[in-house]
Every structure is written in structure tokens, then in C-alpha cells.
Design a protein around this ligand. Structure first.
Ligand code: ARG
Length: 475
């Protein structure tokens, strides 16, 4: 019912704190609010939002937008806001996003002067700054987890120099190698992952703050000082680009996807080796799971989940790139969807990396089973190489040894048990080569090129990787 003109209008119901709304006659519908709200996801940016806001207050103070007294009020107020947020003030809050939440709490702490904080700033440069700050920390955390897995692989490799097993290509036994060598083949990709993250980190550390909504700030804030205060490396060069740029999210998601892929490959190999058919490794009880029906089962869920979660991280990358590709320069609300993807990727690897490290650290290795899988056919290349040493061109020696393999298969004996006379009948040097074959260890040591499976090469790699994953090693 309309109020009579002589009576004052009743006060409107207490509206939630909003950063906009003056130009609208009513607030957003429930359905829009539910879609638009990002607080359930971006609340975790509050420490960065407070830090960046404090730097912004300083910058506003320097250009006289706030007086020294107001500057102090705002800074102290932001500290109190941080305390409240640390005590859980974000839980269940109805605000649109973390920036609105921080501003509302600041009003509650310092009153009207809180309204000066957002001068010359937009949520567009604010959110990009917060997210970059968050990403820098998250990179350091995941880098530490990757290095820890690297150290675990290296430590296990140190125990595995004398354990010999078939190396596989195409899933087929190919040549003898050391278990250490196999583990190190999974450690080197982690070195590259860390390099990639360190490289991406340089570009994450570019400061968007001071870009305003798209065209720069209306107040002559010192962006270089802001950059220094917030620990960025450089200042973003173009405000329209800076506010719409999520390349840093895409780059980091790619680097994380590749980490996930590497974990998945390691996991896939260990799932295979832990099967009864291979029996090369056995997961410890505390990294194994059981079956609800099959009492005997010892399942490698930890490895299977590592394998599957890599698909999820890759999904985060693809979702982000798909979101970005249709956007013009500058901020579009589509960019709000970057955070669930980035957070998910870091959270996922934060779960997977320690679990894989733990499983690898506690793995039991069955060197006898590994050795038992070395069948004589793996000597074929050694034989071909020996023929080469006696002057037979490799293509010819390859053919001769192939015939010897066929002969062994035909007569049902291992390759090194073909009668010397039968080998010599194929080529005189082949009989001699067969008699000359040494141990498996000799076979591996025969491939002593740098990067090969020989003891010296493995030792060199161990030393290099120890350095690469040293606990003090930074990005
Ligand atoms: N919650 C928003 C996001 O995450 C903050 C930026 C909003 N900017 C805007 N112009 N509505 O992207």
C-alpha cells in the first residue's frame, strides 16, 4: 500500500553492502545473485585482498587522496578486518565477492572513511592483482611438493643402482637397465616442471594494480612503489591488457597439467609393476587399499587416482582456454570463472603430490622378480654390436641376429643357448659373439654414453638431480 504523502516513507530493508547499485531501482534478482556471486570461491583471496588494499591505501596517501590520519585509520582497520577474516568472518557471508566482503568489514571497523579505499581502483585491477599474488604463493608451495617427490625418487634410485630389470619400449622387453635409471627417467621431467613454473612465475609477477577498470587510474598513484611494496617484478604495461589478461593462469595451468601428466605416467608404470604379473614392486600397507568384496586384493588406488586426477587438471586448462578465446581485450565477467579452475588445479596437485611421494618412499622393490624378467632375447642388441666390432655392418648384423632369434624360437631355447655351431653357421663371427656375452651388468655397462643406463651415467644423474631437488633450491 502506498504511504500517505504526509507520512515519511518507511526505511528500505537493510540492503546488503554493495559496490554498485546507485543506478538501479531494485537489487539483483535471487537467480542473478546466485549466478553472479563468487564469494564461495574467491573468499580464499582475502589475505591478498587485504595486502593489496593496504598497499593501495599507502599509494592514495602519497597522492593526498587520504590524509595521514585517514591512512592510519584505514590501515589499522584493514588489519582488524584481516583478524576477523582469520577468525572465519567469510564463512556464510552473503557478499557478492571477496572485495565486497573486505570493504563491508572495513566499513564496520572504521565507518565512512572506508568509502575512500576504492578511489581510483576497480575490482578489475584488484582481482587480477589478488589472483597474481595468490598464484605466486601457490607456485612456491607446489614447487616444494614437486621437489619433495624428486628427492624421494632420487633416494629410491640410490638404492636401486644394482637392481636390474628389462627396460621397455612399446610395452615390450627391450634392453636391460637399472631400476635406478627407470626412476630417474621419472625424476627428470620434474626438473623441467620446476623450470617451467619458475619461468611462468616471472610473468605472474607483473603488477596490474593501478590499471583502474581499463584505462588507468584517475589518480597519479606510483605504480612502481606499489610494485615494490607487493613484491612484483614489473608493472603491467597496458591497463586494458592487464585487466583482461589471464595468460598467467593459462600458463600455470599448462605447467600444472604437465606435472599431472608426469605423475600419471609414473603412476601408470607403477600400477603395472605392482601387478602380480610383473611383481617388481609392492605398495606398503599404508599406501594400499582393499576391496569390499575380494579379501585378497591390494589395490593401488593412490596411483590410479594420481593417474585420473591428471585428467581433471587438464580439464581445468582446457576450460580456461575455452573461456578466454572469445573475449575482447579488457575485463569481461567470464574471467571470474578463472578462479575455480586455478584453485582446483593447485588443490588437486596438493593432494596428489604428497600421496605419490609417500607411496614411492614406502614402495618395496623385488629385485629378484626384476632380474627374473631379464630374458636372453634382451641380449640381441649386444650380439649385433659384437658383430659390428668384428667388422660386420650393423644392418647386416641386425639381420643375422634376427635369424638367430628365429632359430632360438624355433628350437625353443633361450637366445644365449642356441648351439655355438648353429650360430656360427649363420656367420662365423656370430658363434664367437655368442661365446663372448658377459653378465647382465656387462651388458648395461656396455652402453656407457652420457645419459645411458651405465653405473657412471646413473651416478652422474643422481648427483645432478640431488642438486636440482636440494631442499634449499629455489625456483
Ligand atoms: N568477482 C569478480 C571476479 O572474480 C571481481 C571483478 C568484478 N569486476 C566487475 N567489473 N564486475 O572477476
Amino acid at each position: 500500500m502506498a504511504a500517505r504523502p504526509t507520512e515519511p516513507a518507511p526505511p528500505p530493508p537493510a540492503a546488503p553492502h554493495q559496490m554498485w547499485g546507485g543506478r538501479f531501482s531494485v537489487g539483483p534478482s535471487e537467480a542473478l545473485d546466485a549466478l553472479n556471486r563468487s564469494l564461495p570461491v574467491d573468499h580464499r583471496l582475502w589475505p591478498q585482498d587485504v595486502t593489496a588494499s593496504k598497499a593501495w591505501v599507502h599509494a592514495l596517501g602519497r597522492v593526498g587522496v587520504v590524509t595521514p590520519i585517514e591512512e592510519t585509520q584505514l590501515l589499522e582497520g584493514l588489519d582488524r578486518v584481516a583478524e576477523r577474516l582469520a577468525d572465519g568472518a567469510a564463512v556464510g557471508a552473503a557478499d557478492e565477492d571477496v572485495h565486497t566482503l573486505v570493504e563491508r568489514l572495513l566499513y564496520a571497523e572504521v565507518g565512512a572513511v572506508a568509502g575512500k579505499l576504492h578511489t581510483g581502483r576497480s575490482r578489475n585491477d584488484q582481482v587480477a592483482t589478488d589472483l597474481r599474488l595468490w598464484t605466486l604463493q601457490a607456485i612456491d608451495q607446489v614447487d616444494g611438493d614437486i621437489a619433495a617427490l624428486g628427492r624421494t625418487l632420487v633416494a629410491r634410485a640410490q638404492d636401486g643402482v644394482d637392481a636390474l630389470l628389462p627396460g621397455y619400449t612399446h610395452g615390450q622387453r627391450a634392453q636391460p637397465v637399472r631400476w635406478a635409471y627407470v626412476l630417474l627417467a621419472h625424476a627428470w621431467p620434474l626438473v623441467r616442471d620446476r623450470q617451467r613454473l619458475a619461468d611462468a612465475r616471472r610473468r605472474v609477477a607483473e603488477l596490474p594494480l593501478g590499471s583502474g577498470a581499463l584505462a588507468g587510474s584517475g589518480f597519479p598513484v606510483d605504480r612502481v612503489l606499489l610494485k615494490e611494496a607487493l613484491g612484483f617484478r614489473a608493472v603491467c604495461a597496458n591497463a586494458l591488457d592487464a585487466t583482461g589478461d589471464r595468460d598467467f593462469v593459462a600458463e600455470v595451468l599448462f605447467a600444472l597439467s604437465l606435472v599431472g601428466t608426469h605423475l600419471s605416467r609414473l603412476a601408470a608404470e607403477l600400477v603395472l609393476y605392482s601387478s602380480a604379473e610383473f611383481g617388481f614392486v609392492r605398495l606398503s600397507d599404508d599406501f594400499s587399499t582393499g576391496s569390499s568384496l575380494l579379501p585378497q586384493k591390494r589395490n593401488p588406488d593412490v596411483l590410479e587416482l594420481a593417474r585420473a586426477k591428471s585428467g581433471r587438471v587438464l580439464g581445468d586448462l582446457v576450460a580456461l582456454l575455452t573461456t578466454l578465446k572469445g573475449l575482447p581485450a579488457g575485463y569481461s565477467k567470464d574471467l571470474q570463472e578463472d578462479k575455480p579452475l586455478l584453485f582446483d588445479a593447485f588443490d588437486t596437485l596438493g593432494l596428489v603430490l604428497p600421496a605419490v611421494s609417500g607411496a614411492v618412499a614406502a614402495l618395496t622393490v623385488d629385485a629378484e622378480r626384476m632380474h627374473a624378467a631379464l630374458d636372453a632375447s634382451l641380449r640381441a642388441t649386444d650380439l649385433a654390436d659384437l658383430l659390428v666390432e668384428s667388422g660386420v655392418p650393423f644392418r647386416e648384423s641386425h639381420g643375422l641376429v634376427g635369424r638367430l632369434v628365429r632359430e632360438a624360437e624355433r628350437s625353443g631355447v633361450p637366445l644365449d643357448h642356441v648351439p655355438i655351431a648353429a650360430a656360427a653357421a649363420l656367420h662365423p663371427a656370430l658363434g664367437a659373439a655368442l661365446a663372448q656375452l658377459g653378465t647382465w651388468e656387462d651388458s648395461i655397462e656396455g652402453r656407457a654414453t652420457p645419459g645411458g643406463a651405465s653405473r657412471a651415467s646413473v651416478d652422474e644423474q643422481l648427483a645432478a638431480l640431488q642438486l636440482a631437488f636440494a631442499a634449499t633450491g629455489s625456483t
